[in-house]
Design a protein around this ligand. Sequence first.
Ligand SMILES: O=C(O)[C@H](O)[C@@H](O)[C@H](O)[C@H](O)COP(=O)(O)O
Length: 222
Amino acid sequence: MSFKEYPSREALMAGLGQTIAGELRAALSKGAATLSVPGGTTPGPIFDALAQEDLDWPRVAVMLNDERWVGEESSRSNTRLLKERLLVAKAARARLVPLYAPTETPEESLDKLAEGIIPHLPITSLLLGMGADMHTASLFPGADKLAQALAGNAPVLMALRAEAAGEPRITLTAPVLKQARHIHILITGPEKLDAYQRALTLSPTEAPVAAVLPQATVHWAA
Ligand SMILES: O=C(O)[C@H](O)[C@@H](O)[C@H](O)[C@H](O)COP(=O)(O)O
């Protein structure tokens, strides 16, 4: 586990964008590469930076760590964010691996979406966000199927429901996250720094982000 503090959010976003681009470039020199990213409000500037990187994007599979079960017309759609901020400019030619399909419930689409993901595992570069409640991806404390999603034998993809999550979620499970070659957790501000420090002392059931902390680099700026 390591912790990296940056002098400003701008420095964090630019620096981490370059780190991830370097990891993808190294993987591409040997074969294909997979980038998995969060939605939410924090990663937009890293997406902007990555979209300008000179990479062999058609050989990069890009997916989300998790999705809120809403259509792309919703401002809460992570797929929409991805299309607007990451899969543009030079990265427009990257290959999007979907985490959403227009069925009423996520359960109806789980198998099909998982089938699309499996050929692109393990993830080369995994960028994770974290909530102040210490959830990561859609592994929320108190979620209905959290224990199954944290288990070593969890399927690749699961549908979860949690009060704090709002709509139903679909998420990569802990074993898939842990198998990523490079794991980066992106957090900003004092509240999330405090949550990260608490997570270091808690179990993944209490603080789901703890499941990946041992292998992760945490990147923080005030
Ligand atoms: O769809 C989501 O909600 C995410 O993927 C989620 O895990 C996110 O990374 C955290 O909730 C942090 O979100 P913020 O960056 O908005 O604080």
